[in-house]
Design a protein around this ligand. Structure first.
Ligand code: UTP
Ligand code: MG
Length: 472
């Protein structure tokens, strides 16, 4: 993204004179009243230059900001120009400055906006060069040397902490459109390349603002870098724009939004010349699966996202039904909601019960469905849409043997990219096979037991990653 053009840059400051080195702006100017006591600013000279720095310091002080000449622990806001987050972090490390999680590293646009507003404006992602709470997520070893964190990013999502705080959404949104388009075209290699790239950028504690910031970041192939470069320069990607306007992409997007419709069906409908769902629904020659029938029937409900409140309400119903048959069962919400997402396309539950038999496990889900079916009939509710007071929601129920609950919980919590990389890591780095049921050590030829997710990470020699840090 081009940096905002700055009107202050145009101000003529007169001929440059050689000044004594220590002459800070505060020494040549009368002291100004400090209006904003909570903020202590430091303006970085690097890439800004002495003159412009002195000018901005003086101006900010006149506007009531407290601006320090020297770096110190009292600084709350560091303002930089033409520097990326990683460059500022690297510079601070060179100065041996402790970077606390409270320190704001901001682009000069924040200071300029604040001076124009006459008060400090709220710091948002567009101003922040580094995510403010970034050090809170890192292990203590890495916290001591922030820039190393940036250089040592693992190619595996299971060795990165990815919260929902995405500082590179402009890039990851673009990658996800491209990945989806490659998926629709069954080009797995490019699809995976863009998914991996999106995943790694989601874990970064800073926004990429120049190509230099991409140095040392794994999973960024040339094709990916071209897209990043274009977005930095033009604010958008021409490839993404073309995909969004592509008829095949638009049709596949629409068709797969129907529950039960995948790539094969979409391909068929597209080849038949269909472009809208209405025409498809009216075609009497087409045969729909029971899932697709439900998908069309509850289309509006199912495309609208599930909220957390709805997920919690569904959770109560699931528990009530499950406990009717297995009173000791544990019912845990997994999937995106367990990772802290506020909305989802479905609600996922894992059910497990100590002491349950194979038969109990096999029969539970049919029994639950049956119970709900009977309740629906008894209450007189039908699929009637008019004046309805209910909403159809997709629920995924998984039942697993009690001894396997840790593997199932880890496997069904996601994200998909996190799971993919966990399995890839197990295979390539540990010679182990991991799935939603078990972990097998190929060298020792044994299944490794685990009572908790922490134990599985330990078997794999991985630092534990909390569910809300698995949003890869
Ligand atoms: P979801 O598709 O529900 O994704 O699968 P999500 O992360 O909850 O996001 P929403 O629902 O779109 O908001 C949840 C997890 O279950 C596992 C995957 O690891 C996925 O991350 N899963 C899903 C499987 O293991 N197998 C499946 O067939 C489906
Ligand atoms: Mg889900």
């Amino acid at each position: 993204m081009p940096l905002p053009t700055n009107p202050l840059q145009m101000v003529h400051l007169g001929p440059r004179k050689k000044k004594p080195r220590q002459m800070g702006a505060s020494m040549v100017c009368p002291s100004h009243d400090i209006k904003f006591q909570d903020l202590v600013l430091y303006i970085l000279e690097k890439k800004m230059g002495t003159t412009r720095r002195a000018f901005l310091m003086e101006l900010a002080r006149r506007k009531g900001f407290r601006v320090e000449d020297e770096l110190s622990d009292s600084i709350t806001h560091i303002v930089a120009e033409n520097n990326s987050g990683s460059e500022v972090l690297e510079w601070l490390q060179g100065q041996n400055h402790k970077v606390s999680s409270q320190l704001e590293l901001l682009d000069v646009s924040w200071l300029i906006e604040s001076m124009a507003a006459g008060t400090p404006v709220e710091t948002t992602g567009k101003h922040q060069l580094v995510k403010r709470d970034y050090s809170a997520n890192l292990n203590p070893e890495l916290q001591k040397t922030p820039p190393l964190v940036i250089k040592k990013i693992s190619q595996y999502a299971c060795q990165r902490r990815t919260t929902l705080n995405n500082y590179n959404q402009i890039f990851t949104d673009a990658f996800e459109v491209l990945a989806e388009n490659y998926e629709f075209r069954e080009n797995e290699v490019f699809c995976l390349a863009f998914m991996r790239a999106a995943s790694v950028l989601k874990s970064l504690p800073f926004t990429i603002i120049s190509m230099k910031d991409t140095e040392g970041i794994p999973c960024l192939e040339d094709k990916v870098k071209c897209v990043i470069e274009e977005i930095i320069e033009d604010g958008e990607s021409s490839e993404v724009k073309a995909v969004l306007n592509d008829e095949r992409y638009q049709s596949f997007k629409l068709f797969t939004s129907v529950f039960g419709v995948g790539l094969k069906t979409s391909e068929k409908w597209f080849r038949m010349g269909y472009r809208t769902l209405n025409k498809i629904k009216l075609d009497k020659t087409l045969k729909f699966t029971p899932m697709q029938k439900a998908g069309f029937l509850y289309y509006e409900d199912l495309v609208s996202c599930v909220t957390r409140a709805e997920a919690e309400a569904v959770g109560m119903l699931v528990k009530e039904a499950v406990w009717a048959f297995l009173p000791e069962a544990f019912v845990t919400m997994t999937g995106g909601f367990r990772r802290g997402k506020k909305i989802g396309h479905d609600v996922d539950f894992l059910i497990t019960s100590p002491g349950s038999t194979d038969e109990d496990e096999e029969q539970l889900l049919p029994k639950v469905i049956n119970l709900w079916e009977r309740k629906r009939v008894d209450s007189g509710k039908c699929s009637q849409q008019e004046g309805k007071t209910w909403k159809a929601i997709r629920v995924d129920l998984v039942m697993c043997p009690y001894e396997r609950r840790a593997f199932a919980l880890l496997g069904w919590t996601g994200s998909r990219q996190f799971e993919r990389d966990l399995r890839r890591y197990a295979t390539h780095e540990r010679k182990m096979i991991l799935d939603n049921h078990a972990l097998y050590d190929k060298t020792k030829k044994i299944f490794l037991k685990a009572e908790s997710e922490e134990e599985i990470f330990a078997h794999l020699g991985l630092d534990y990653i909390e569910p809300w840090e698995r949003n890869a």
